[in-house]
Design a protein around this ligand. Structure first.
Ligand SMILES: Cc1cc2nc3c(=O)[nH]c(=O)nc-3n(C[C@H](O)[C@H](O)[C@H](O)COP(=O)(O)OP(=O)(O)OC[C@H]3O[C@@H](n4cnc5c(N)ncnc54)[C@H](O)[C@@H]3O)c2cc1C
Ligand SMILES: NC(=O)c1ccc[n+]([C@@H]2O[C@H](COP(=O)([O-])OP(=O)(O)OC[C@H]3O[C@@H](n4cnc5c(N)ncnc54)[C@H](OP(=O)(O)O)[C@@H]3O)[C@@H](O)[C@H]2O)c1
Length: 462
């Protein structure tokens, strides 16, 4: 008989798929438990940290400090990093399940929602996902080209990602050059001719999803100023009621910021951000390139905090040369894992992945954006990771108690010099090299943006 599962003689072996916040917080929760546990974290890129590295805006360095916590977790005895390995593509999920007592999928939401309108894919129309990945040096987006030669940009969506995209387009090179923005992006942005940015929401200013700190920043830019139609300050009674509700406190602060934008008038900046409300895109027009977006004017319908946008049948056109769709991310499937194609998540209950009949799949768990959908800040994933690990540990008695070999049995994390999978020491070599490359430019780091470069640095085949 095997020694009891979760004891030093038979530690619980867990594979975590994905090295973003939810993966690291799940690992932390496992290590903090009373159970003897070994954690192997699989990451498809050579570099860890998910959207903290490839999503958080380069000019928000403070928000990347979560990485220090993750580095501490990675130093915990019993933690192993297996980078540059795409689970489901390079390694079948069944092989992973056989080598571990449990697998926790923390693979985020790597695609985006679609508007589903004509012209959406015209040249010059991009997703926020690809633009964000590009300026943050994500290898998948390294070779994207963004035509920044036109003067008018439209951004659809009023969440924090839309505001990040807006700020990066609005800032001067001097405001960005000492951040960790990818060099290729800084070079392209230096040539940008964008002068007008329209940040368009389908609902009103009280419903925008911006957090106030981020919204206020739009008024603190060197060469760009926000422009607001004073008529947009007049809210319907339901929106006014929202501002009085505790749940509407961010909206209330955002409205104060908006009033401040109106009150201070124009400084005559060369770039301007037009805050536009109650407009839904219905078509993107242009012959061979985006030329204008047709919007339907909306009114709000519904009770306070549940108001939705309803078309009025009145249309307006906004000329534009570049369009960004920032209406939310979306999870993608992994072969061998149940997927809810409607929601773009792995179906789950209390962190247990469910099969088509709604029953838990033994030993399969989920946390983070691929569990909840693409909302929430870095810290939100901590409670989520903790909750999933609580469920996993509650299931301990139901897991196969036979000792499991972990990554060793997969022939991946060996010390052989020609292996392609990376370990944490490999990442630290890349990390140091990036920091050194950044120093002469006064940047915190200059990221490697191609997998080949990173593997080459380690003398590995690509
Ligand atoms: C543009 C943007 C900016 C943001 N800025 C902020 C901010 O400033 N502050 C803040 O608090 N929050 C911010 N957020 C939110 C925050 O980034 C998310 O809440 C958080 O990253 C979600 O964590 P996650 O672990 O679920 O997913 P992710 O961070 O996406 O991590 C998932 C990881 O899984 C890996 N992976 C995917 N598939 C596989 C596979 N098959 N095999 C192996 N590995 C795989 C991915 O490469 C990735 O590293 C931002 C989000 C976005 C999109
Ligand atoms: N600095 C930070 O802390 C930071 C930075 C970036 C991201 N994040 C977090 O990451 C998460 C994701 O951010 P996000 O901006 O991608 O998502 P989000 O906050 O959900 O915002 C999505 C925006 O798209 C709009 N939208 C959705 N479908 C639409 C459609 N069909 N037509 C027009 N508009 C549509 C939404 O409008 P409705 O409201 O009407 O649905 C909303 O304005 C959020 O929790 C965010 O706070 C945080």
């Amino acid at each position: 008989m095997s020694p009891a599962l979760g004891t030093t003689d038979n530690p619980l072996r867990v594979a975590i798929v994905g090295s973003g916040p939810s993966g690291f917080y799940a690992a932390e929760a496992l290590f903090r438990s009373e159970t003897a546990v070994l954690v192997d974290m699989f990451e498809r890129l050579p570099a860890p940290f998910g959207l903290v590295r490839h999503g958080v805006a380069p000019d928000h360095a403070k928000l990347k400090e979560a990485i220090r916590v993750y580095e501490g977790i990675a130093r915990t005895p019993g933690f192993r990093f297996v980078g540059n390995l795409n689970v489901g593509r390079d390694l079948p999920v069944d092989a992973l399940r056989a080598a571990y007592h449990a697998v926790v999928f923390c693979c985020g939401a790597e695609s985006d929602r679609r508007l589903g309108i004509p012209g959406e894919d015209l040249p010059g129309s991009y997703t926020a996902t690809e633009f964000v990945g590009w300026y943050n040096g994500h290898p998948d987006y390294r070779d994207r080209r963004f035509d920044l030669s036109r003067e008018v940009a439209v951004i659809i969506g009023q969440g924090n990602v839309a505001i990040d995209v807006c700020r990066i387009l609005a800032k001067t090179v001097d405001e960005l050059k000492h951040t960790d923005i990818a060099e290729h992006a800084l070079d392209a942005l230096a040539e940008s001719r964008i002068r007008e940015i329209h940040l368009v929401g389908r609902r009103g200013p009280a419903q925008a999803k911006f957090t106030t700190k981020e919204f206020r920043e739009l008024g603190e830019l060197t060469a760009c100023e926000p422009v607001v139609d004073p008529a947009d300050l007049a809210l319907n009674p339901e929106s006014l009621a929202e501002l009085e509700d505790r749940a509407g406190s961010t909206a209330k602060k955002n409205m104060e910021v908006l009033q401040g934008f109106v009150a201070r008038g124009s400084k005559g900046c060369p770039r301007r951000i037009f805050l536009r409300y109650l407009l839904s895109p219905v078509e993107v027009k242009g012959d061979a390139h985006v030329e204008r977006v047709v919007f339907e004017r909306n009114r709000l319908e519904g009770a306070p905090l549940h108001q939705s946008a309803r078309g009025t049948g009145e249309y307006v056109e906004q000329p534009c040369g570049i369009l960004f769709r920032s209406i939310g991310y979306r999870g993608i499937p992994i072969a061998g894992v149940p997927f809810d194609a409607r929601q773009g998540v792995f179906p789950s209950q209390e962190g247990r992945i469910l099969d088509e009949s709604g029953s838990p799949v033994p030993g399969m768990y989920v946390a983070g954006w691929i569990k909840r959908g693409p909302t929430g800040i870095i810290g939100t994933n901590r409670a989520d990771g903790v909750a999933t690990v609580k469920t996993l540990l509650a299931d301990l008695a139901t897991l196969d108690p036979a000792p499991k070999p972990g990554a060793d049995a997969l022939g991946l994390a060996t010390e052989s010099p020609d292996r392609r999978a990376l370990n944490w020491s490999d990442w630290l070599v890349i990390d140091r090299a990036e920091i050194e490359r950044g120093e002469p430019k006064g940047k915190p780091r200059e990221k490697f943006t191609r997998v080949k470069e990173m593997l080459g640095l380690l003398g590995r085949p690509s």
